[in-house]
Design a protein around this ligand. Structure first.
Ligand code: HMG
Ligand code: MG
Length: 298
């Protein structure tokens, strides 16, 4: 009873680059996102409209947003923490705003400098304004399994945050294994709770692959009917405010799994491999994706 089609959101240009120490030139980011736009992927998170002092690697979000070549078949999103970020994002163009907060109080404070209670009214306004502007909105919930500071997070805490974000009007929720620590039984436990309240179509899973568990966790989530996943080309990425968080699960590895299972994605694996090699060369270091090593000759 696995899904026949899985929708992947490519978060490499956002989650993948946000923690990079080396600066990727804006023209190179744009060329790379343009390559991704032609890969068949339907959703790309192209940058973050956050405080550039906190995330210097994405300080060029406005130029990137203005200059990428938009493919009408692709939905473009960006991370927005507040109204200032939303204004920038709307000015340069987004199809979808991604708001974000944590199920863990300490991680929320470290990541966005606010308590959970202080975050709600800010996100409520952002979500309402984004909806008024005719945009879709995704609500990311981080640390849904474990917090690097607080340890295990109960599904009830996650549900509380989901409830608020949905009440404020988000179209869907992306559940983040921020530090890549979950094992399949935790995914089962959380989804049992979440799917009792919400339709599976509203749920996206966002796995980091710190301990190599992401593919097993995706397999588990698909057995619950989940068919939307975030992944990052080459396995780039990490959260700068969650120590030990490695990259997202690699798009390359997810495609190898899905296509091998006969599940459609509409994405051309070869184009993803080529875009991986492009950014790997710009970064000057090997990307963690396992299947990238087995690139087919063109
Ligand atoms: P703050 O410092 O509390 O905000 O930041 P503030 O409202 O007091 O403003 C302070 C300064 O920031 C001011 O500038 C503002 O103008 C500026 P100053 O007067 O000092 O020169 N500022 C902005 N500048 C540009 N764009 C903006 C913006 N907002 C304020 N939008 C804030 C609050 C949230 C902005 C800050 O904490 C921040 O930018 N944090 C970055 C957090 C981040 O990007 N984390 C990584 C992404 S989340 C993630 O990776 C998890 C996820 O992948 C899911 C998962 O894996 O679990 C989504
Ligand atoms: Mg993430």
């Amino acid at each position: 009873n696995l899904p026949k089609y899985v929708q992947i959101k490519e978060v490499g240009p956002r989650d993948g680059l946000q923690n990079e120490k080396s600066w990727i030139e804006t023209v190179d980011k744009i060329a790379w996102i343009n390559m991704l736009s032609e890969s068949g992927v339907k959703e790309i998170e192209y940058s973050s409209f956050v405080n550039p002092k906190w995330i210097p690697a994405l300080a060029d979000a406005r130029i990137v947003g203005k200059q990428i070549k938009r493919n009408p078949n692709v939905s473009y999103s960006a991370l927005v923490p507040n109204l200032k970020g939303l204004d920038f994002a709307l000015e340069v163009g987004i199809d979808r705003a991604s708001v974000f907060m944590s199920a863990s109080e300490t991680h929320n404070l470290n990541n966005i400098n606010k308590s959970i209670a202080e975050t709600y009214p800010i996100l409520k306004q952002v979500i309402e304004e984004a909806k008024q502007a005719g945009k879709l909105v995704t609500g990311y919930v981080s640390t849904v399994f474990d917090c690097p500071h607080e340890g295990k997070i109960a599904p009830s805490e996650v549900l509380r945050v989901c409830e608020k974000l949905l009440e404020f009007g988000v179209d869907d929720i992306s559940l983040g294994d921020t530090i890549g620590s979950a094992v399949p039984s935790q995914v089962e436990q959380l989804l049992e709770g979440v799917l009792r309240h919400y339709q599976k179509e509203k749920i996206i899973m966002h796995f980091h692959d710190t301990r190599g568990m992401a593919i097993a966790n995706i397999m588990t989530a698909m057995q619950y009917g989940i068919n939307r996943f975030d992944s990052s080309i080459g396995g780039l990425g990490g959260c700068p405010y969650a120590q030990g968080a490695a990259g997202n699960v690699a798009t390359n590895d997810v495609l190898y799994l899905l296509h091998g299972l006969g599940i459609h994605t509409g994405i051309d694996e070869q184009k993803i491999q080529e875009a991986s090699l492009y950014i790997q060369e710009k970064l000057g270091k090997a990307l963690p994706s396992r299947s990238l090593a087995y690139i087919k000759s063109a």
